[in-house]
Design a protein. Structure first.
Length: 214
């Protein structure tokens, strides 16, 4: 067994491929010069680094456009997070499982990592709620709205930001009511029926919306 950690790709054209993390710094990105080249149009050329420090590993986001997620939670731009055996790392739309050979083996050997309650895949434009594929899929604008909120999850975004992201062709000429109606339509697809309080898309009155995935 290798003494080094490894990443196993879970999605996209590289699914099933394994990458040993033997270097002190493993660069990750779309650039051909990266140590781990991502076949992902949503990835930045220099997307992230995996750093080996003694017998531990951490991931560092290089201010990537579409972010780094660890177990479904997006890192702040330029932030760093320690990796634990079995955790899931996502660079843009490509997901990996991290394995650490120095971790204490317990039974079962691989501890399942909880799937995020809401997952959005920009490569396939598919949405998963509690692990189940949303069918029929969202319309183009509905998906664009949800993807924008998903990239900014945990942060309160204004209606102006949403309008610019979802209707760039309108050059800012979008009414708040248009944003509210689109949010309502997306909610009707991903939220439980007759729920008293929104589960994923939270209204921040007088400002905008906040997406939570847990």
């Amino acid at each position: 067994m290798s003494q080094f950690g490894k990443l196993v790709c879970l999605s996209g054209p590289q699914a099933g491929m394994e990458y040993e993390l033997s270097a002190e710094i493993t660069t990750v990105g779309r650039s051909a010069s990266s140590d781990l080249v991502l076949e992902d149009q949503f990835a930045s050329r220099q997307h992230a680094e995996i750093r080996r420090i003694d017998n531990a590993y951490q991931v560092h986001d290089l201010n990537s456009k579409n972010g780094v997620l660890v177990n479904g939670k997006r890192l702040a731009p330029g932030a760093t997070a320690w990796l634990e055996d079995g955790c899931e790392i996502q660079f843009a739309s490509t997901r990996f499982r991290f394995y650490d050979p120095s971790a204490t083996v317990t039974a079962p050997a691989l501890i399942a990592v909880k799937e995020p309650a809401l997952r959005v895949d920009p490569a396939t434009r598919q949405v998963y709620v509690d692990g189940k594929l949303l069918d029929p899929p969202l319309s183009v604008k509905q998906f664009d709205l949800l993807w924008f909120l998903y990239q900014s999850r945990g942060r309160v975004v204004s209606k102006d930001e949403i309008a610019q992201a979802v209707w760039p062709e309108a050059n800012g000429d979008v009414y708040d009511a248009n944003v509210d109606r689109m949010v309502s339509r997306v909610r009707s697809r991903i939220e439980p029926e007759h729920a008293e309080e929104p589960r994923f898309i939270i209204t921040v009155r007088g400002y905008g919306y906040q997406l939570v995935v847990d």
